[in-house]
Write a protein that binds this ligand. Sequence first.
Ligand SMILES: [Cu+2]
Length: 366
Amino acid sequence: MVNLRLRPNKIVSLALMMAFAALMFGCNQSHPQSTFEALGPVAQSQLNLFWVIFAAGMLVFVLVEALLIYAVIKYRRRSDDEMPHQTHGNNTLEVTWTVIPTGLLVLVIIPTIFTIFDNTNSPLPPEEGGLVVDAVGHQWWFEFRYPHPQNAEEEIVFANELHVPVGEVINIRLSSVDVIHSFWVPKIGGKVDMVPGNDNTMWLQADTPGYYYAQCAEFCGVSHALMRFRVIAEPREDFDAWLLEQASPAFESQDPLIAAGKDVFQQAGCAGCHATDPDSKGRVGPNLTHLASRTTLAGGVFENRDEFDRVNSSIVQKNLREWLEDPDKAKPGNIMSRQAAVYTDPTKKLSEPDISALVAYLSNLK
Ligand SMILES: [Cu+2]
């Protein structure tokens, strides 16, 4: 038989090794989705609530463990022929262990209720002039719609990247076209469900300019873990400039390869699912009007930026080629490879020159 008993010094070195490993992970600089770095009022209130609940939990843990250890030692069996004193029913004890947890629950429930209402009720709702964005969940990408900067009747549609002016309240209307998704920007807040047929609202505010990772937080199918997006918080002027750019029509070019790519895009059925004008919403696939200006491709799966954090055209081209050659490899089960004829019907498969032309066309949609 294997001897599983460890000698005390082995236990100590094992414990030290585990503590060391835990510390090393804690020292990792890269924590793009850590909720412990709250950079906006919603995330901050959620973090505060976390600490209250954590403190209450710690109190229970320490108290119960201490009582347990005390009882184990104090009331232990001291010899083989001794039966320790047996207790059945003790009113004082029972009242005590009902009253203390009730008090602790009240301690947790009050700040929880306040936080829920604070997170739901926007301090600057749309009726009072607050900015409003529609976020629509699709398997497995996010569609965003803003009011047109010059014409409030119209909307501008884009995907997978949400720009917000720093320090301002953003009201978000959440919906879904298929299953339940959840909108979550760990450092800024959220984690509110996007429920088909039952729109939710929430608000956010980013206090620090920056580039934030975001993620669907409700299991929504095979590529759920690859359903990501980015939030870019920038000064008001930059945000306005970006919004105007998004509102402008797609780039047109006389370059023969780009023109050929545009033809393939029409003929291969891409245009049936993808719009290339800024105000076209509700298509099966993401709006591609300014695709090549985005920092990621395919719902955050491909990174389009170089080491200087700038969108790099040659990386965009490489990513587009990889995506178009085999979308299923990059994102298993995605709707494009399941439904587009060029992937489901072998006789319609994109040829190498088709892909090159498409890459030239799409990588110029800036
Ligand atoms: Cu999802």
